[in-house]
Design a protein around this ligand. Structure first.
Ligand code: PXL
Length: 261
């Protein structure tokens, strides 16, 4: 265990660095980790509009994974936007083969951009994500919308998160963190594993951000790789992100959405 090798982000490429691979790398770097990244998709966006995305070719993804993993020890992988069922299958096949050698795998099952654009291509994608990737993941970090979509159950009250998290746990992951359940003044994040469950509550912030899910899951992976227990890593990652967002609220850098790293 430990920090001898690389942490790797497999996610979409956002040219502004506000989300995806670039943001993940910035987070890993702030934690002092050696970081690599493989883009799964190329997005066309800025902080005001999302114009579209396209997947990288399956051959590229497959070969990049092979080249990096055959050359460097990988301590952890964070998976974000994947986009297509074809590329989800390639990542699943890679994890099936290499998982034993990798200490931690975190999945942020990204389905929609904050600017309300779909980040997956077909319903077949969700099926492959659940069957071919979830079984190899230590912690999955959906927001409420993603958790609802993946579990096929709506959240009407906070307590519904128990059943939803349980459904996601049954897909083969070790722990589930559902982020962003909102009450009047507060945001609640929910931790669920076979032997523990609890809520973390934070005051709502007034800023408009995207990439918060990307940054949270990357910070979570960083703390896991540094040796913290999952519950501790969760609390620390949340506090770290909250601190960064509070600072960025003063800068207001960006259009509709603000950058925070
Ligand atoms: O914030 C969700 C997200 C994740 N990953 C990529 C994105 C976005 C939102 O724009 O572009 C690559």
């Amino acid at each position: 265990m430990g920090r001898k090798g690389l942490v790797l982000s497999i996610a979409g490429f956002d040219p502004t660095g506000g989300a995806g691979v670039l943001l993940d790398i910035k987070v890993f770097n702030l934690f002092g980790l050696k970081a690599g990244g493989i883009p799964s998709t190329l997005t066309l966006q800025n902080t005001s509009l999302f114009q579209g995305w396209e997947p990288v070719e399956g051959k590229y993804l497959e070969k990049a994974l092979e080249l990096v993993s055959s050359d460097l020890p990988i301590d952890g992988i964070k998976i974000g936007m994947i986009g297509t069922p074809e590329n989800a299958e390639i990542i699943g096949k890679f994890l099936k083969r290499e998982r034993k050698k990798i200490s931690w795998v975190v999945l942020d099952p990204v389905l929609k951009a904050t600017l309300n654009y779909n980040l997956f291509s077909s319903s077949g994608f969700i099926r492959i994500l659940k069957t071919n990737i979830f079984p190899y993941v230590d912690v999955v970090t959906p927001n409420v919308y993603e958790a609802e979509t993946l579990s096929e159950k709506r959240v009407e009250k906070k307590e519904d998160l128990f059943e939803i998290a349980n459904r996601l746990l049954n897909l083969g992951t070790k722990a589930v963190i559902i982020t962003g359940w909102e009450s009047f003044h507060f945001i609640w994040d929910f931790f669920y594993s076979p032997d523990n469950s609890f809520f973390l509550k934070k005051k709502k912030l007034a800023g408009y951000f995207h990439g918060t899910g990307c940054a949270f899951s990357s910070a979570l992976l960083a703390y896991l790789v540094q040796g913290f227990k999952i519950e501790e890593a969760f609390k620390k990652a949340k506090n770290w992100l909250y601190f960064k967002l509070k600072k960025a609220e003063k800068d207001k850098i960006g259009g509709k959405l603000w950058l925070f790293l």
